[in-house]
Design a protein around this ligand. Sequence first.
Ligand code: AMP
Length: 432
Amino acid sequence: YLYGGILRAFVLLWINTMPSFAALQLASPILTAISELGYNTPTPVQTQAIPEILAGKDVLAGAQTGTGKTAAFALPLLTRLLESPRAQNKRPSALILAPTRELADQVATSIQRYAANSELTTLAVYGGVSQNPQTEALGQGVDILVATPGRLLDLLNQKALELSAVRWLILDEADRMLDLGFKEELIRLLKQLPKDRQTLFFSATFPKSVKDLAYSMLKQPVEIAVAADNAPIDSIEQVVYNMDNNKKRAALAWLIGSGNWQQVLVFVRTKQQADDLANELKKDGIKCNSLHGDKSQGARTRALDDFKAGKVRALIATDVAARGIDILELPWVVNYELPFQAEDYVHRIGRTGRAGNSGKAISFVSRKEEYLLADIETLIKRVLPTQWLVGFEPNFDEPDGGENHGRNLRKQRQKAKKKAKAQATYGIKKSR
Ligand code: AMP
């Protein structure tokens, strides 16, 4: 009895010290919605950000995807919206900027779920799809607008939209918006927004360009986890296999087959490689699809839906196209090729190990990619243990491409960096 009583007291004490949503002063329709979604305990970024946002402070938060960052800004935002009078003429009171269509869609869907028990309305507008339905929906009025910068500027220029009632501005994945060349658009948009507003700035990484942008638009912000910006989520096990390029495809097919992987996201550097690898894996009998920026919005949505529904086992994606993919419990991410930009590694592996689930990120590194691995290790401030995959060990008699190849790759990286920036900007703007 005595021991049982002591144990119960400890358990109760422990439960009471655990953070809870109820203690966070969120509006009751929001609390009901998240409890229906099965959210029991706030994630660390939620525990830290929600009280500051409710107190009306500007926030600068370092949050990778998968940490619960959307709810971290959406739950207090909805609470504040419910407590304030709605804007006249049904103009948007809150504006959320996101780098890609996929992320904009995903954020809007999450907010609609959190707001399900209220009358607040949310709309996503982005390029690549017809503008008319978006203009019509805007005409009917909306409280929360989620937008990619390009389409938003188009709509503003056409006077299909007015932002003078915006009191909350949120930048989601700000680093990615700068990567995609949206700096000018952001500066132009900021000029059109009321100065009297609360601004929340979320980014996974904080290079100088991102910090400069943040401090130019935030007023005495509260900083949350900004220092720990580049550390990948601890729940992700990272494995590096040294491997010749010409063995990568067979190794991937073998890992998928022998490990009976049912859902693996594979990253490559180019659209061509995504298509080629998907075709090769299909020949190996693995159901798979590719996801990249040259595909139509419809094809991208279909590829994602099929992957989420388990109809395809492997999705071969480029970095830009894969932004914002939110699949809970995605167990495997494979870096078939290392990214040219080390920050992309952090974004890629953040697709697994989400919301406290464990995940594994596997990187295939050929000898000519070793300097890219060094860049990543410098960024994440950690040396990643390398190993050989039995049966796919590097062949030292026939060097993988030789020295010239290594030099070529460096040249390619410089070219790719310039091209990617131009193309990403052009690609997204072109298909606004
Ligand atoms: P995000 O970082 O916003 O992309 O969120 C990652 C995933 O975690 C999403 O699928 C959310 O639905 C889920 N999530 C966010 N907060 C919680 C929470 N407190 N408890 C359980 N799941 C959550």
